[in-house]
Ligand binder design. Structure first.
Ligand code: NAD
Length: 294
């Protein structure tokens, strides 16, 4: 096992990547950013390498000296390309970085997955969950190329872990909200009730998402682990018990009391494995920092 070297972050120039780079540097880590496009100027122990992650040999060279891999790069929605492009880029880049990480002797890998792997948010028609809250054991039935690609990447990560040399943590995120776009995110959620229901009223502040990535990168979690990373509260226009009754009238297997803001995703495994709970709670007129010093 390598003792020292940078943490490689793919997709470092993206929404989540920029926040993860800042979070890791803030924690004193050395970071190598990998992306097709440059990041804005980053101070501290940061280097970047511009490359296309579809270039397997380039990825192998880039990861040679790294101790940990954080893989965030992707075409991050079904609308980011044709179905063939979205599937091809997401699965091929993930296969490339996992194979290169293994060849480089990297022991810990963190992958950004998505709750879309379950098949809810991008389905043509609303899909009723089998039960609430949705945990990591819930069946996945993706019906678009993006959601299927995220599920495939989870399976790839698990397969590489079975080889024994790498521990992989897949983090399933809901829609990631950027505090700089508070008004836009809130308006979109409140203006599209069907999409809110398909998303099970979940979200995560990008700063919380980045902290979860850091905790996973620094953790001792062994083997393969899949974790829901989601806000502890739902963001919904009405109390959750009413919404669930309206949108999912056939759903009877409800395993937690549905109070006003209960999250529809179960985040307890991430708390148990990483000590992670969210710190930023969104409301229509503000973002509350909860327990920031806890
Ligand atoms: N944004 C969300 O709401 C959300 C929700 C759930 C999961 N996710 C996941 O989180 C991760 C990050 O998403 P994001 O919102 O930051 O996306 P983003 O589009 O902002 O950033 C993705 C980055 O990956 C890079 N990239 C894509 N293909 C590449 C390639 N072939 N070679 C090199 N770089 C490449 C892009 O240049 C970009 O900088 C993705 O894996 C996505 O599936 C995002």
């Amino acid at each position: 096992m390598k003792a020292a070297g940078p943490i490689a972050v793919t997709g470092a120039a993206g929404l989540l990547g920029r926040a993860v780079v800042a979070e890791l540097l803030g924690a004193g880590q050395e970071v190598l950013g990998l992306d097709r496009v440059p990041t804005a100027t980053v101070a501290g122990r940061y280097r970047e390498r511009l490359l296309d992650l579809l270039d397997r040999a380039g990825v192998e060279r880039a990861l040679e000296d790294c101790v940990t891999l954080v893989h965030l790069a992707a075409l991050p929605s079904p609308h980011a390309g044709t179905p063939a492009e979205v599937w091809g880029v997401n699965t091929t880049t993930t296969g490339n970085v996992l194979a290169a990480a293994q060849a480089a002797g990297i022991c810990r890998v963190v992958l950004a997955s998505s709750q879309s792997a379950l098949g809810f948010p991008y389905a043509a028609d609303i899909v009723t969950p089998r039960y609430l809250p949705v945990d990591e054991q819930h069946p996945c039935e993706p019906s678009d190329a993006y959601s299927a690609s995220k599920l495939a990447c989870e399976i790839l990560a698990e397969a590489f872990s079975r080889g024994g040399s790498m521990d992989t943590v897949c983090l399933r995120f809901p829609v990631i909200w950027d505090p700089a776009r508070h008004v836009e995110h809130i308006s979109r959620r409140l203006g599209a009730p069907l999409q809110g229901a398909k998303s099970l009223w979940a979200y995560i502040d990008v700063r919380d998402a980045a902290r979860a990535v850091r905790l996973a990168a620094e953790s001792e979690v062994a083997g393969y682990e899949l974790l829901n990373i989601t806000s502890a509260r739902a963001f919904a226009p009405e109390p959750m018990h009413g919404l669930v009754g309206t949108w999912f009238p056939d759903l009877t297997d409800i395993r937690v009391p549905l109070d006003a803001e209960t999250a529809a995703f179960d985040w307890r495994k991430a708390r148990a494995r990483l000590g992670f709970t969210t710190r930023y709670a969104w409301y229509p007129d503000r973002i509350l920092a909860v327990d920031v010093h806890g």
